[in-house]
Design a protein around this ligand. Sequence first.
Ligand code: ATP
Length: 230
Amino acid sequence: MLTLETAQITQGSFTLHADLTLAPAQTYAVIGPSGAGKSTLLGALCGFIPLRAGRLLWQGKDITQAAPGARPMTMLFQDNNLFPHLSVMQNVGLGLRPDLRLGSAEQTRVHEALDRVGLQGMAARKPAELSGGQQSRVALARVLVQARPLVLLDEPFAALGPALRNDMLDLVAALAAETKAALIMVTHAPEDVRRIADQVIFVEAGTAHPPQPAAALMDNPPDALRAYLG
Ligand SMILES: Nc1ncnc2c1ncn2[C@@H]1O[C@H](COP(=O)(O)OP(=O)(O)OP(=O)(O)O)[C@@H](O)[C@H]1O
């Protein structure tokens, strides 16, 4: 359980209010108009943006002040955050050891993660020697070896074509189900919500609303959500 308790998150003159709880092993879509505060919400959960008020609790423990690396979550960035001078193996290995001194058990874990995302045989390549979809898979393998209970994604795979995007979304959802991780994904695409989300966090007018079951909400959206969906 991850709880944002009467939280206020400030970016310049903008303030986002959030009072919500996320359950384990659920898939959450974060949707809402541009500039509503979706990235702000993820930044606060990850620890990149401090809370101005309120608390963040993980399994009842206060982690409001915890550094990003000490939190139970990992973030998949839109640009994949790969290092061009490092091999695929090293880029994934960073998720286990920042100094890259991987023991044999750790190397095995990296190879297993590469196999799982369909990149067997590509460990020695550099990111520039991969397609866009393969680069996204490297970033996913790094998330996989970290094995954190929460995975945050901010408009992932936006640069990929529709078919590849859907493949990647399905892969992320499958990996999350296997590892029992919760997924929290910002998206602008209502079809993504129907594709993988159990719950929706609607962000609008300075508030991140508590999660609601995705199917019922999308079938019968309240006025503000209907206006956003168009
Ligand atoms: N570093 C910053 N300094 C000042 N204001 C900021 C900063 N970052 C974001 N904002 C403002 O905070 C508000 C929320 O931004 P945020 O990026 O969270 O929105 P979003 O819902 O993710 O938008 P989009 O869908 O366009 O990516 C916006 O009004 C934005 O202009």
